[in-house]
Design a protein around this ligand. Structure first.
Ligand code: NAP
Length: 486
């Protein structure tokens, strides 16, 4: 069940008003939703700045977690991480706690909102992977001068986000899904998403599926945004691309979002707490309101969602705007909200809501958590070393160390570019070296004992800080080559 009912048959929703402008946009939204007549049992809970200030480092109290666990659905205003309190964002905590792996951000041109793209019919959805990639937050200073952030992407993570993107297309009657990746450079991580997309696309033959390189996607989205319908992408790419697409339709005041998982859905605007406007009754509540229409569809309240969308559009067509759209001649947040409520039940002559069906969020079978190859063979190792030596000095030293071992030094790279044996490049080296050892000719497979003996010997002469095995899975290398490596 995607949602729960209370004893009076009302649909239960956890409401987190949030910080800054949060209470104003949340209250405006609640008034409009209630005015449609849908039966929602709102459960108000806290998260964000005040909670951090009370000394709870996560910013999310146990009562809030318990409520969302119970209701399965939350509508949330923006949350701040006040400087000096807590290290983690309460937003990221909520996303990770409830494994809301998909961030769905639709943008659609609205009447009267002037942008350089007005009249082009922008109407697209960015589906961003929400829990993996560089946002795993696994970072290390590998040497005092070199930092590392791990980009982790799983087959399961790629499969569920890609599948959800196709399901968004099906639910909204959309025709195309683009998968935007940087697979040309990151062949294993971003490439995993591309390959998974190509597999899953076969299950949706009625939807046109294309891959696009993310940088070209950014360029195309600005040149001809009307060509896009659904764009699925990894976490970091999607973070940037979805803010860009918000700009196409008039900015953050109109950009809604949903964080979806197998069990829980959290609806929130893309924007933050805009503290300078807090309490001034001037901000635009549309982004949270449109997030609430996504929530209503999740609650199977399609008519109420459509009524709110229509009332918002009619209000904008009447020329009633908040300050962000029309600095001269704007109305207050309260007056804008009152006007939308007065327009409930009216339909625009020109603007049509999309026909929505329930979005299918099908959990993947547990068996897919682990990918089991038919064969695997360890063929070498990358040993990461910190050293002030030159590439030639380090190379000669490591070759001498590997003598008598089943492994030989194949090459050394510096930040990904091969520098030993020297192939004539002009790389400006730092003190962080990736030293690639491979099995000598004729050896069948590398055992851990031989590898650890080699690392132990390296440690007598150099400071090593990281070890990565090189494997072949089903006969294919499960690692990439360095720039310049043959
Ligand atoms: P922001 O709060 O989104 O505000 C940036 C600017 O966007 C505002 O100054 C305003 O532009 C415009 N804006 C945002 N919401 C608007 C609305 N509803 N109506 C009209 N204009 C709106 O971004 P920020 O200033 O970078 O972040 C402030 C705090 O929010 C930070 O603590 C951040 O961590 C947090 N944050 C939370 C979330 C979340 O909870 N999901 C998301 C992002 C940021 P003008 O100045 O041009 O008028």
């Amino acid at each position: 069940m995607r949602y729960k009912l209370d004893s009076n048959g009302r649909k239960r929703v956890t409401l987190i008003a949030g910080d800054g402008i949060g209470p104003e946009v949340a209250n405006a939204t609640r008034r409009i939703v209630d005015a449609t007549g849908v039966k929602i049992a709102w459960e108000e809970r806290e998260a964000g700045a005040e909670v951090f200030k009370r000394g709870l480092p996560s910013g999310v109290p146990p009562e809030t977690i318990a409520s969302i666990k119970e209701t399965r659905v939350a509508l949330k205003g923006p949350l701040e991480t006040p400087i000096g309190f807590g290290e983690k964002s309460a937003n990221v905590t909520l996303r990770k706690l409830f494994e809301t792996y998909a961030n769905v951000r639709p943008v659609r041109e609205l009447p009267g909102v002037k942008t350089p793209f007005a009249g082009r019919g922008v109407d697209l959805v960015v589906v961003r992977e929400n829990v993996e990639d560089l946002y795993a937050g696994i970072e290390h200073m590998q040497t005092p001068g070199v930092a590392q952030c791990l980009k982790l992407m799983s087959k399961k993570g790629c499969e569920r986000i890609v599948r959800l993107a196709f399901e968004v297309a099906v639910a909204e009657g959309r025709k195309k899904v683009h998968c935007a990746t940087k697979a040309n450079i990151m062949k294993l991580t971003e490439g995993l998403m591309k390959r998974t997309f190509e597999e899953v696309a076969k299950e949706y033959p009625r939807i046109e599926a294309s891959h696009i390189i993310i940088d070209n996607c950014a360029h195309q989205v600005v040149r001809t945004p009307e060509q896009f319908d659904v764009i699925v992408t990894s976490n970091m790419n999607g973070d940037i691309l979805s803010d860009l697409t918000s700009g196409l339709i008039g900015g953050l005041g109109f950009a809604p979002g949903a964080n979806l998982g197998d069990d829980v859905a959290i609806f929130e605007a893309v924007h933050g707490s805009a503290p300078k406007y807090a309490g001034k009754n001037v901000i635009n509540p549309s982004a949270v309101l449109l997030s609430a229409t996504m929530m209503l569809r999740h609650l199977d309240e399609f008519a109420a969602a459509q009524a709110i969308e229509s009332a918002l559009v009619v209000t904008l067509e009447e020329g009633v705007f908040t300050r962000d759209v029309s600095p001269a001649g704007s109305v207050s947040t309260t007056a804008f909200t009152d006007r939308i409520i007065a327009n409930l039940g009216k339909r625009s002559e020109r603007w049509r809501s999309r026909d929505h069906k329930a979005l299918r969020i099908a959990p993947l079978a547990a068996a897919r958590d682990y990918v089991r190859p038919k064969s695997r063979r360890t063929v070498g190792a990358d040993v990461f070393v910190e050293s002030p030596a030159s590439p030639d000095e380090l190379g000669r030293s490591l070759e001498a160390i590997a003598e008598g071992s089943p492994l030989r030094l194949k090459m050394i790279s510096n930040r990904g570019t091969k520098v030993y044996p020297n192939n004539g490049g002009m790389t400006d080296c730092v003190d962080h070296w990736r030293c690639r050892f491979v099995l000598r000719d004729g050896a069948a497979s590398l055992d851990d004992a031989a590898l650890l003996r080699l690392v132990g010997t390296i440690a007598t002469a150099h400071r090593w800080m990281h070890l990565e095995k090189l494997e072949e899975l089903d006969g294919e290398p499960a690692f990439t080559r360095a720039q310049g490596e043959d």
